[in-house]
Design a protein around this ligand. Sequence first.
Ligand SMILES: [Zn+2]
Length: 379
Amino acid sequence: MKHIIILGDGMADHAVERLGGKTPLQYAKTPYMDMLAKQGRTGLLKTVPHGFPPGSEVANTAILGYDLEKVYEGRGPLEAASIGYEMQPGDMAIRCNLIAIEDGKIKNHHANHITTQEGTRLIRLLDEKLGNDKIKFVPGIQYRHLLVIKGGNKNIVCNPPHDHPNEEWRGLLPSDELLSELIIKSQEILPEGLSIWPWSPGYRPSMTPLTVTYPQIKKGSVITAVDLIRGIGHYAGLRCIEVEGATGLADTNYEGKAKAAIDALKGDDDFVFLHVEASDEAGHDGDLELKVKTIEYLDSRIIGPIYEALKDEGITIAVLPDHPTPVEIRTHVDEPIPFLIWNKTIDADDVQTFDEIACKKGGFGTLKNDEFMKAFMAL
Ligand SMILES: [Zn+2]
């Protein structure tokens, strides 16, 4: 049996008055999700372990069955994998923003929307001037770059620059002398008004590849437009399939992503993790109409085509979000999320629709840790 997880980022939500007290998942027209819930088994899943922030990197890692206490290393190492930097033992990777500063304050976290070309040029310049055997600047995308420090201290307090606009940057320096020094030196090298800003350090995550934990997976892949998810896939031993026009927004290439998943599963892959970011972005924007639309797109343009193409070929399908991003709160919350698992021979429960409320009565009950992944792979 082959397996696919189809994940709508941030898709879960709360009851919304403007939808007559329904959640976007309840309100949206989702005939495929509802049919799969009806013919399959459902439940709730705790995706954010106690003590962790409800970030997508935490929730997606947990869904794949990993123990966050053991493998969580922050963003740096995930982004390193995403841009193709293979971390060596002893490497600490830390996200390195290029930011704009003005009058001693952080003006913005993205260096006035710097382009990848200009960002790359400046990061290479910094590497030339400040890099050595221990310190390496690695270019990434737009304002999002990487700093690698051999033997660096990861137990430090850093301030994400997007959380501190218009605050004095000196008061926000990391609790680490080397990093603070690099920030100050970078300002002498970069054009006036720009600075580096490192945050979220970590070492290479010690993640056992999924192919080892679940021997029924001989080859697997991840399909996503998001760096962090690509990084998780890399350390989980999955191949990353690039889809042209995958943007992470509602205008993403849904059909291209569905086709890539179908081709992979009709080919050599036994397992696909297909991640769609659009509903999370709509949630952050507080755009209710768009959020409903992204859920309907996921249903008609991803789940529908995948189900139709693979239903007779021995496939088990799971559909779930990673965490709720409620449109009225506009940020992630750590509540359990609904999930469904379907295949042709599964013992169905009584749940008739796929949403936050109906799945509370699902046959799986409420799962945590690796229970979802184990149940899914056992089918
Ligand atoms: Zn997310």
